[in-house]
Write a protein that binds this ligand. Structure first.
Ligand code: PXL
Length: 276
């Protein structure tokens, strides 16, 4: 693949609020990975704000991705999808890339909701269809809400017992993906990310910030993606992402900004390389 790993980033462009592509692109770039965006929707602000303009790009995506048929990617990183119709488009892109390039790894961040609630543009039909994509992924990174949605498990908060978390990861793996990372499991004043990989389980625990900032899942998945594209193992990638998230959320908390402003990662970008 050459000196610079290349990643197709399927995600929305939210003009304000630090999430999706405005997070993925700087994180991948600063870690020396070429980030090639595939915008799924353009929003003026992310959906955590009460007012936002939303343009769905489903109709533009088939030609956009078709014109990439000659390109090979080290990874495909898929996040926020704008409509149920995008599932088939993204699935076909996954299949074409894997066929042309069996080394291509797929990281599916199963973005659907958080804190027990769906994001406002997500429909139950889109969530159900998301399961179809899981079967094509090498790694998925659901939060607890998304893990419950994907497995039809009743949601009872972000705190999970170890046995519950492992059972959820096993059910997710049974949907057909390679490895599972369940993010943001709450343990009193700690937060735990569970990695389930070839039957082995790793728990990575970091300090928890007592505030739920928008876009933390995007930041986490973006660091994992860049680390994997750089050849790190999944458990190393998860550890790096967890530690970086812990630092940036603590920094953000000190700045007293509103939660929907997201994580103030910009001042700490220069230090990210040291976490890998
Ligand atoms: O952080 C996930 C996300 C991505 N994209 C958009 C969102 C959200 C969460 O609110 O609104 C547009």
């Amino acid at each position: 693949m050459g000196a610079v790993p290349r990643v197709a980033c399927i995600n929305d462009l939210s003009g304000y609020g630090r999430c999706s592509l405005t997070t993925a692109l700087p994180i991948l770039s600063v870690l020396g990975v070429q980030a090639c965006p595939v915008p799924t929707a353009v929003l003026s602000k992310h959906t955590g704000f009460p007012d936002y303009a939303f343009t769905d790009l489903t109709d533009a995506m088939p030609a956009y991705l078709e014109s990439w048929s000659d390109l090979k990617f080290s990874m495909i990183y898929s996040g926020f999808l704008g409509s149920e119709g995008q599932i088939a488009v993204v699935r076909d892109f996954f299949i074409r890339q894997k066929k042309n390039n069996s080394d291509c790894k797929i990281l599916l961040d199963t973005v659907m909701g958080d804190d027990g609630k769906l994001y406002s543009t997500y429909t139950p039909a889109l969530c159900k269809a998301m399961r179809e994509l899981v079967a094509f992924a090498d790694v998925i990174t659901p939060n607890v809400t998304e893990a419950c949605l994907l497995t039809d498990t009743p949601y009872h908060g972000e705190a999970l017992h170890t046995a519950e978390a492992i059972a959820l990861a096993q059910q997710l793996a049974a949907l057909g993906c390679g490895s599972v990372v369940i993010t943001g499991i709450v343990r009193e004043d700690m937060i735990c990310n569970l990695t389930y990989c070839s039957g082995a389980v790793f728990f990575d625990t970091v300090h928890r910030t007592q505030c739920l900032f928008s876009g933390t899942g995007d930041l986490f998945a973006s660091v994992v993606c860049a680390a994997l594209a750089r050849g790190r193992d999944l458990d190393q990638a998860v550890r790096a992402a967890g530690q970086f998230l812990s630092s940036v959320t603590q920094y953000t908390l000190q700045q007293n900004t509103a939660a929907e402003e997201g994580v103030l990662f910009e001042p700490l970008l220069k230090e990210l390389e040291a976490y890998l």
